[in-house]
Design a protein around this ligand. Structure first.
Ligand SMILES: Cc1cc2nc3c(=O)[nH]c(=O)nc-3n(C[C@H](O)[C@H](O)[C@H](O)COP(=O)(O)OP(=O)(O)OC[C@H]3O[C@@H](n4cnc5c(N)ncnc54)[C@H](O)[C@@H]3O)c2cc1C
Length: 198
């Protein structure tokens, strides 16, 4: 199946298909874009689930142009939380928690201080930090930022998911974004779900 994305510059135009796709290739075949995604596995945070007050403030400050585009998601973070938990168990998500049940435990160890509060640790510890990531973190800290470990569905160690599907530890080959993982370590429908369906 070949598909594309359509675009128009304002509502009066007819949406036309992109003819040349760049990095964000649409899904094709069994597994869709979940085969060639990168594996960065964030949870939607509470602000994004209910952005209207935030955006209205931006509107007052004339940072955000159109009132009619502003509305909240139809669900809250608390309603989504069990599904995030379930997905992380299926995906084998690796990461460093920052706050668990309101207690900040990971701000100094590169947990994401902007991530929503969690009820549990990640299934696996965060990926190892490459040399360049370490340099970047030191530089960011030195100017007052909070560098954090990305929550990653490219597993940091061996893992068997809730469907009995096995994943290997990531070998840092670098072929995540744009590729299906031939090592069976990036959460993808063919790795984490299809074996159980079969
Ligand atoms: C390069 C890349 C990197 C990404 N990295 C990340 C990341 O790190 N973290 C993140 O959270 N997200 C990432 N994404 C986004 C993420 O992969 C997608 O949002 C997600 O996979 C979408 O899943 P989906 O099931 O909604 O749709 P898709 O995966 O697009 O699945 C749609 C399926 O429907 C099929 N289909 C389409 N039309 C028809 C039809 N008419 N009849 C039958 N079947 C049809 C397609 O073939 C496809 O299999 C990335 C995406 C890309 C392209």
């Amino acid at each position: 199946m070949k598909s594309t994305v359509t675009i128009c510059h304002d509502a009066s135009q007819t949406a036309m298909p992109y003819r040349q796709l760049a990095a964000f290739l649409p899904g094709a075949g069994i597994g869709g874009a979940g085969l060639h995604w990168s594996g960065v596995h964030f949870r939607v945070d509470a602000h994004r689930a209910a952005p209207a007050p935030l955006l209205r403030r931006a509107l007052r400050q004339k940072l955000y142009p159109r009132r009619d585009e502003i509305q909240d998601f139809g669900v809250t973070y608390d309603e989504l939380r069990p599904f995030f938990n379930k997905a992380e168990k299926v995906f084998g998500t690796s990461g460093t928690p920052c706050s668990i049940k309101g207690r900040v435990i990971g701000k100094e160890s590169c947990g994401n201080p902007f991530a929503p509060d969690r009820f549990h640790r990640f299934l696996l510890p965060a990926q190892k930090r490459t040399h360049s990531a370490q340099l970047f973190a030191e530089a960011a800290k030195s100017v007052g930022y909070y560098p954090y470990d990305l929550p990653s569905a490219n597993t940091s160690g061996p893992y068997t998911n809730t469907y009995g599907a096995q994943m290997r530890p990531c070998n840092f080959c670098g072929y995540c974004s744009g590729y299906a993982c031939y090592m069976y370590l990036k959460a993808s429908p063919n790795v984490n779900i299809l074996p159980a369906l079969r």
